[in-house]
Design a protein around this ligand. Structure first.
Ligand code: SF4
Length: 492
């Protein structure tokens, strides 16, 4: 990593750092003689020994050494945010390359950062990681890490990642596995690019690297490629149409069960929900997914988990809070059938009047059907169209619900990372910069995020009854689960 030294931005009163004379503005250069690279590296170095020697630099350029008896604990400093490492690769299906023009700059930044892979489960192709960085992962035990393999066949991989030097992903994986690092893997599958024999080889190579204990390939997910209408000047890539998705489901669903059996019952090969939604099929039952919902953030099991939560919730006394409510639920076309079914069950059970409308994605193109990529203007259009269809009355519903996944959250759950100094707090903002309060003002009815489950949604509706979700702040009743993470690349 290029960054050397991390600035102290706050010192806790009465802390070891204060006793040692460390002040806000100092830069932490070394711990135990090793250069401090970033916050994660600081955590590793500071907890290594009971006594710690630190070298710092004052704002005037002078340096000093501090020694603390910290018992392997933190010393009471807050450090400046680390800058996210930006990807220089050229994957044929990189989502950032397919973004429409005119969105805010931060959305075009591609992250490819092993720290985010470890901390938040972002996938990295490891293309930007040299051997020194792989050694760092091993030394600091950044396990498990999440790797986009795409294909183990060198020719196919070069074609996918667009980098002639990155064909041999197995060498990098073996470096990590040999250092006892566990790895979750994924392949984004595009017809004719890395399916067929190439996919089979990927599967075989990664399965051969699964073993008991540490240093194992813990899972392999396959995700259908996501293409937008904005692919001018980009290589031709075939989309996954419903027929391809149906064939894939028919071919690989039994294999998921077979691999799980050989893996002590724990699913290892994972199929993303999108295979089923694109095929127009029901997602499988709970046993199809890993016990710990591995790769949930990667779209594996989200629909099943939502259905499970919903069915439990509908039977609970809290569900009665929906009684009588006339609510319009906006979502993407792929999730609409599931949500529709749940809304109908809830309506029957408690006498609510929830309706689901699939909003078209005019911003990215209508082939993009996931809720997380709907823009504020798409949702606004869908709500207006619904109001017009219902006679145009201003109070045609009590509330409009937008998918939480279409809203941005903070840049990293701990504010630990920044994307090249781009906006840090983006709570309540859609991809196209329209904000939730602006949409609510335009629609003239309370407009709330869905949350990740029905109980969150009810909390939001009840908060709206009390006047929350007016003005700029979303308030403490706002459930952040299910909000989109600020990844530059949505499908790395
Ligand atoms: S998909 Fe990921 S690794 Fe590939 S170019 Fe985009 S950001 Fe980089």
């Amino acid at each position: 990593m290029a960054q050397v030294g991390v600035q102290v931005i706050a010192v806790e009163p009465g802390s070891l750092a204060e006793e040692a004379g460390i002040r806000p503005g100092d830069t932490l250069l070394k711990i135990h003689g090793e250069a401090v690279l970033d916050q994660l590296n600081y955590q590793y170095l500071i907890t290594r020994e009971d006594a710690t020697e630190l070298v710092l630099q004052r704002l005037d350029g002078s340096t000093f050494t501090a020694c603390v008896e910290n018992g392997g604990e933190g010393i009471g400093v807050d450090l400046a945010q680390d800058e996210v490492k930006v990807c220089k690769q050229n994957c044929v299906f990189c989502f950032v390359h397919q973004m429409p023009k005119g969105f805010r700059k931060s959305l075009y930044l591609k992250d490819e950062d092993i720290r985010l892979s470890f901390l938040y489960g972002h996938f990295t192709t490891l293309s930007s990681s040299d051997d020194a960085e792989l050694d760092r992962i091993v030394r600091e035990r950044l396990s498990p890490i999440h790797v986009s393999v795409h294909a183990t066949d060198p020719v196919a991989r070069v074609r996918v990642v667009g980098n002639p030097r990155e064909g041999n992903i197995l060498r990098k994986l073996d470096h990590l596995l040999g250092g006892d690092i566990d790895v979750h893997t994924q392949a984004v599958v595009a017809p004719g690019l890395n399916d067929g024999a190439i996919w089979q080889q990927t599967l075989d190579d990664l399965w051969a690297r699964r073993k008991e204990g540490r240093g194992s390939v813990l899972s392999l997910s396959c995700v259908p490629v996501g293409l937008t209408a904005h692919r001018e000047h980009l290589p031709d890539v075939n989309d996954v149409d419903p027929a391809f998705a149906r064939d894939w489901v028919a071919r690989w669903t039994p294999e998921v069960r077979r691999y799980a059996k050989a893996n002590d019952g724990e699913p290892w090969l994972l199929l993303a929900d999108e295979w089923f939604t694109r095929a127009g099929l029901e997602v499988p039952g709970r046993a199809f997914y890993s016990k710990s919902w591995a790769q949930l953030e990667n779209g594996v099991g989200l629909v099943r988990r939502f259905l499970e939560h919903s069915r439990r919730f509908i039977k609970s006394p809290k569900a009665k809070g929906f009684a009588g409510r006339r609510v319009l639920l906006l979502t993407g076309a792929s999730f609409a059938p599931t949500l529709n079914r749940v809304a109908a069950e809830l309506n029957r059970a408690v006498g609510s009047h929830l309706r689901v409308v699939a909003a078209k994605n005019f911003s990215f193109g209508e082939t993009v059907t996931v809720a997380g990529l709907l823009c504020g203007e798409d949702l606004k259009y869908a709500a207006h169209a619904d109001r017009d269809a219902k006679g145009g009355r201003a109070d045609w519903v009590d509330a409009v619900v937008v998918p939480s996944a279409s809203l941005r959250t903070i840049t990293g759950p701990t504010d630990q990372y920044t994307l090249r100094g781009a906006v840090v707090r983006e709570e309540g903002t859609f991809l196209d910069d329209l904000t939730l309060p602006q949409l609510a003002a335009d629609l003239g009815v309370p407009t709330v995020p869905s949350g990740a489950q029905l109980s969150h949604l009810l909390d939001h509706l009840e908060a709206a009854d009390r006047g929350a979700f007016r003005g700029g702040a979303l308030g403490s009743t706002f459930h952040t689960a299910g909000l989109n993470q600020p990844q530059g690349a949505y499908n790395p």
